[in-house]
Design a protein around this ligand. Structure first.
Ligand code: GDP
Ligand code: MG
Length: 441
């Protein structure tokens, strides 16, 4: 995958004093291959590698610092750039309800998104109406009603009088109702097909023209690979859209679709969907996606998620410690224990630095692994947790015995933690800012 390939392409630069032109060429062609293998669209790959080449060449000339770090920093900056930098706000209607229409292939995650948006907007104090304009699939209306109920928002479904069998009439009457009753936001769910199809596109166009939406969100399954480009272009040219939502980012797709859709259509990615639950939804952060692509983990997202469950103060402390490089294994343990309450350990580990290479292992992730980590950390003295450098052979074997694990397991944990910490520190030192993290591996 992309992360592993980019990480591999950097590894040849490790230990080199400075970048030669040959180094730049080699790295750029490895990045190109990595991007292509990750199903990033060719035009995007071209402009991306051209920009990286230019900047890496400049860096080589300036003979600055550590070349691997330089390139990581350059690639990271370029990724953030292509991914669109800061995500924007929803375009709110100046008066009356804001109308958001969803478009995308069948199975992309539109109906699920309608529920997520409903809940998210409701939490911001908005009155939301979900409109069921997918009359294609037999249970589509029921599905929307169920998510609306779970989200605690209202639903407008076809009934005699508001357009049975006619998705355009349902959309129009739903928006009309929202105006009359003072709803703040209307989310119009639409039908998709398994592939791009003229009839579907025509229906979407007619719904669009009937409701005149403030936002058309194109929902794209991040797992679809090269099809992402064709599908995005077809929807851009067919119905048009103002923003993109990437769904199924909880799978192992690591950004090819995100890079392509943004690079090819220029439309901003506004949100990411990361699971089937209504809460598995957040604003899209280009910088976080970039570090995810680079397999640097996504500690900011981690901390943000943690904040929902954890004590605000503690999360702030953890963030400050990460930023200042004083995050210890003890802090890690306390985070681990609290975060565990959030469930989904697998998702969590996917966001930790250096875990990309362990993705396969994660597929069969075993909660007992966390028990082992906990046991190891608990078997250390407080002084050891604060300063891993004092861990000599006899301490390590005492810890292994105490935790019922092996010296090898202790070594692995220590190495992984130290590597992650070093990277965060070095990136912070090279001016990467709070969100910048080092390469995995
Ligand atoms: P629609 O046809 O575009 O309306 O797609 P649905 O909302 O019905 O979603 C299709 C399937 O994908 C359902 O089983 C959803 O539970 C699932 N799904 C939607 N979004 C996500 C997501 O972000 N992650 C995962 N893992 N599954 C999702
Ligand atoms: Mg649907």
């Amino acid at each position: 995958n992309l992360s592993d390939r980019l990480t591999a392409s950097f590894s040849s630069l490790r230990g080199k004093g400075r970048l030669s032109e040959a180094d730049v060429n080699e790295t750029v062609s490895e990045i190109r291959r990595a991007l292509l293998e990750a199903d990033v669209a060719l035009p995007v790959v071209r402009s991306f590698t051209a920009a990286v080449r230019q900047k890496a060449t400049d860096a080589a000339r300036s003979q600055a610092l550590n070349p691997a770090q330089q390139v990581v920093k350059i690639v990271n900056e370029e990724l953030v750039e292509v991914l669109g930098g800061q995500s924007r706000e929803i375009h709110w209607a100046p008066t009356g309800p804001t109308i958001i229409m969803l478009a995308g292939l069948q199975g992309a995650g539109k109906t699920t998104l309608a529920g997520k948006l409903g809940r998210w907007l409701r939490d911001q104090g908005k009155r939301v109406l979900l409109v069921a304009s997918d009359l294609q699939r037999p249970n589509a209306v029921t599905q929307l009603s169920v998510v609306a109920q779970r989200a605690g928002v209202h639903v407008w479904a076809p009934e005699p009088g508001n357009g049975v069998g006619d998705p355009v009439a349902v959309a129009r009457s739903g928006v009309q109702r929202a105006r009359e009753q003072g709803y703040d936001v209307v989310v119009v769910d639409t039908a998709g097909r398994l592939g791009v199809d003229a009839e579907m596109m025509d229906q979407a166009v007619r719904i669009r023209d009937a409701v005149d939406p403030h936002e058309i969100l194109f929902v794209l399954d991040a797992m679809v690979g090269q099809d992402a480009v064709n599908t995005s272009v077809a929807f851009r040219d067919g119905v048009g859209f103002t923003g993109v939502v990437l769904s199924k980012l909880d799978g192992d797709a690591r950004g090819g679709a995100a890079l392509s859709v943004r690079g090819v259509t220029g439309a901003p990615v506004l949100f990411s969907s990361t699971g089937e639950g209504l809460g598995d939804f957040e604003r899209f952060h280009a910088d976080r996606m970039a570090s995810r692509i680079l397999d640097m983990g996504d500690l900011l997202t981690l901390i943000e998620q943690a904040e929902r469950t954890l004590d605000q103060k503690e999360a702030e402390d953890a963030a400050a410690k990460l930023a200042s490089g004083t995050f210890t294994l003890e802090d890690f343990l306390s985070q681990l224990r609290q975060i565990r309450r959030m469930g989904s350990m697998k998702k969590l580990l996917g966001m930790m630095p250096g875990m990309g290479q362990m993705r396969e292992a994660l597929e069969s992730f075993d909660e007992r692994e966390v028990d082992r980590i906990e046991a190891i950390v608990c078997s250390m003295t407080p002084a050891e947790r604060r300063d891993l450098s004092i861990l000599n052979g006899s301490r390590r074997s005492r810890i292994a015995k105490g935790s019922g694990t092996t010296v090898q397991a202790v070594n692995e944990l220590v190495d992984r933690f130290e590597a992650a910490k070093r990277m965060m520190e070095s990136m912070a030192a090279s001016g990467g800012g709070a969100g910048a993290l080092g390469p995995g591996g």
